[in-house]
Design a binder for this molecule. Structure first.
Ligand code: ADP
Ligand code: F6P
Length: 485
């Protein structure tokens, strides 16, 4: 056992994504997603150890320290693990189930076996690197069984678990053939964290419903002591397990690192505006290319506004950056081709030579380039059908601290609970997206004081509830969690 790591985070992904070249050398790039955005600054501050998958199959580098001082401990996944655990159970079973069945989940026993085996593999890696009595923070839906396995392997550890995606209502979750094992796995933790009160309440209701089978008794939950604001020091809800342990349950909305925020270079912003033809209104979307994000729906809303004349193709442009994600999974492939077909069609109908109305990139951008896009945008469109939080919305808001710009936000994104100055839309209803796009543009042009006050409300929330509040709240509650009831 390596006794040097007293703070260990374990997530499916490491913050770096490796690509192996034919000559055996490899290169690394930042890995995608909100989990990495949220956790990286926390690990840097604690100089912690991060156990995770480096994004390759069958090979992994030796443990190494990043330039920012985080010790990375890679876990090797085989090609079979990748298919059954990652593409299969994590992303074709749990992902759609936890996002309220936007597509139908597949229940496959072989994938479930792979999920169990890989969770065991991650738990073993954590057990090897963790000091006696270490704090271990397990992340996200890919590792739901790790808390339970670790509890058996290493009862000395303090174990927290945080779910970065929504937790569905018990009526949906109960579809899962392996529901009792999953709940038991989660209850191995001392503290379970969710983004929203609603997610935590869904989990508490579920443990009541499957308690017998999961072998746990549920304590009477008090009110959930959710942040809403400053540091949370206590969780108000607990589940008491059959062996008498108290598992804390709370809501901790994740956020971004506003301290690291760097203003986009003004010359780059004006250069981009000129390249775009100095339009009156720039709409922006930035997402992983995921069917949960509602990218097609916002494109359709833009198309219909051009069609009706509500927007002028000479004066409005739409920028969409979509990071490649989970590309071999069927629903992701379909989603990409629908988005790209819509981009082509809209440009064919409303663009002219040298002047497309939709600018589309299917790739990852550097943080600096993203900042330029956020700064250029007048209206940010964040329209997921379901999203645990959505950090892109918070990043846009942080870039508009001066009150400029407007955010159109799905009411089904976790961020809608906090960003009360957003123009809320229902992404299942294209008319609703259109209405809020028009309202945002109208306010920016004709009611600037109202638009400004809405954005200031949003940015005050983000600047007072940053990622440090999130991590400190969770870790403070975890330090106190886990006494016997
Ligand atoms: P999710 O975790 O589902 O991907 P979030 O909105 O919470 O969604 O987080 C996405 C993170 O990935 C944000 O920090 C965002 O800046 C980053 N990101 C999204 N798209 C890109 C892109 N094309 N290039 C670089 N970073 C991106
Ligand atoms: O935030 C949700 C999440 O699924 C993370 O767990 C994950 O790291 C990220 O999005 C990106 O997805 P993936 O790791 O499958 O590329």
């Amino acid at each position: 056992m390596d006794d040097s790591n007293s703070f260990v985070v374990v997530a499916n992904r490491l913050p770096v994504d490796m690509s192996v070249h034919p000559d055996g050398t490899y290169s690394i790039s930042p890995s995608p997603g909100g989990l990495v955005t949220g956790l990286s600054p926390v690990l840097e501050k604690h100089r912690g150890c991060w156990v995770g998958w480096p994004g390759t199959v069958d090979v992994a580098p030796e443990p190494f320290r990043t330039e920012t001082g985080v010790l990375l401990h890679p876990v090797v996944l085989t090609a079979n693990d990748f298919e059954g655990f990652y593409e299969g159970f994590s992303n074709a079973t749990l992902w759609p189930l936890f996002h309220d069945l936007i597509v139908t989940p597949t229940y496959n026993t072989e994938w479930w076996q792979a999920f169990r085996e890989v969770n065991l593999k991650f738990a073993q890696a954590v057990s090897e690197v963790s000091a006696h009595g270490a704090t271990v923070w397990v992340q996200d839906y890919q590792l739901l069984l790790v808390p339970g396995i670790l509890r058996q392997m290493r009862p000395d550890l303090k174990i927290g678990f945080f779910l970065h995606i929504p937790f569905p209502s018990p009526d949906l979750f109960r579809q899962l053939p392996w529901r009792e094992e999953i709940v038991r796995g989660m209850l191995g933790a001392d503290l379970l964290g969710f983004h929203l009160v609603q997610n935590a309440e869904n989990f508490l209701a579920l443990t009541q419903q499957v308690a017998g089978a999961a072998g746990s008794h549920v304590g009477q939950p008090n009110t959930l002591n959710v942040s809403g604001g400053a540091l949370v020091r206590e969780v108000g809800a607990h589940v008491t397990t059959a062996d008498g342990r108290r598992v804390g349950v709370g809501a901790f909305p994740i956020s971004i690192d506003v301290e690291a925020f760097e203003r986009a270079s003004t010359s780059k912003v004006s250069e981009l505006l000129t390249t775009l033809g100095s339009p009156d209104t720039v709409f922006l979307g930035v997402d992983r290319l995921d069917y949960t994000k509602g990218i097609l729906q916002r494109l359709l809303a833009f198309e219909e506004l051009l069609e009706s004349g509500a927007l002028d193709p000479e004066k409005a442009v739409f920028l969409q950056v979509a990071t490649p994600s989970r590309e071999r999974i069927e629903h992701y492939r379909v989603s990409r081709s629908q988005v790209e077909e819509a981009v082509g069609r809209i440009n064919g109908r409303f663009g002219r030579m040298g002047h497309p109305v939709v600018h589309y990139l299917h790739r990852s951008l550097s943080k600096a380039d993203l900042q330029v896009l956020y700064a250029v945008a007048d209206v940010m469109l964040v329209t997921p059908f379901k999203d645990g939080m959505n950090l892109v919305a918070k990043e846009f808001v942080a870039n508009h601290r001066d009150g400029s710009g407007a955010l159109v936000l799905s009411e089904f994104a976790g961020a809608a609970v906090e960003l009360t100055g957003a123009y809320l839309c229902n992404p299942f209803d294209v008319e609703s997206i259109k209405r809020q796009m028009v309202a945002a543009v109208h306010d920016l042009e004709h009611n600037p004081a109202s638009a400004r006050s809405r954005m200031i409300t949003n940015s005050e929330q983000v600047y007072t509830h940053d990622v440090n509040v999130w991590a400190n709240s969770f870790l403070t509650c975890l330090a106190d969690a886990g006494e016997d009831s």
